[in-house]
Design a binder for this molecule. Structure first.
Ligand code: CMP
Length: 142
């Protein structure tokens, strides 16, 4: 299978507690390659737009507050079947339900402060990658 791309974010809980390096090393050890990366502090407007699909959910306000509480680190990752592979590698949303050895089981604090985001489809991976990276950064990744 040819390699494909997905978008991940090391979230403010993990970035702020110096776990970004360990999380990236963990993913690299599973065959993911970093093709683009940056550190930024999301604004409220950006976080609301990124998570707009959850706008009606009861946790939306709290999620936006959390995602704007400190810097985060979006990355484009490459691997065969990248979207599915990364979803499996990060584990369930709630770290209490995440399989042993997954990123969330190892590094997350709670269902909301869950260390990492991963795109849930190729379409969303492309949309979310364009949210954080310019066309030239994405071209360089390919
Ligand atoms: P993520 O995979 O980035 O997608 C949406 C995020 O909303 C999720 O990770 C969690 O950080 C958060 N989230 C999802 N469900 C809940 C919940 N029930 N309570 C609080 N936060 C949640």
């Amino acid at each position: 299978m040819p390699d494909s791309y997905t978008l991940t974010i090391v979230k403010p809980d993990a970035f702020g507690s110096n776990k970004a390096g360990k999380i990236i090393a963990h993913l690299e050890a599973q065959g993911f390659r970093v093709r683009a990366a940056r550190v930024l502090h999301l604004t409220k407007v950006q976080a609301e737009e990124f998570y707009s699909v959850h706008r009606e959910r009861p946790f939306f306000g709290s999620l936006v507050q959390f995602m704007t509480s400190g810097p985060c680190m979006p990355l484009v990752l490459e691997k065969a079947d990248a979207v599915a592979a990364l979803r499996k590698a990060i584990g369930a949303t709630d770290p209490k339900e995440a399989e042993q050895g997954t990123v969330r089981q190892l590094f997350a604090e709670s269902k909301e402060r869950n260390a990492i985001h991963a795109s849930d489809s190729d379409e969303n991976a492309a949309r979310e990658s364009r949210f954080f990276f310019s066309e030239s950064e994405l071209l360089a990744a390919r």
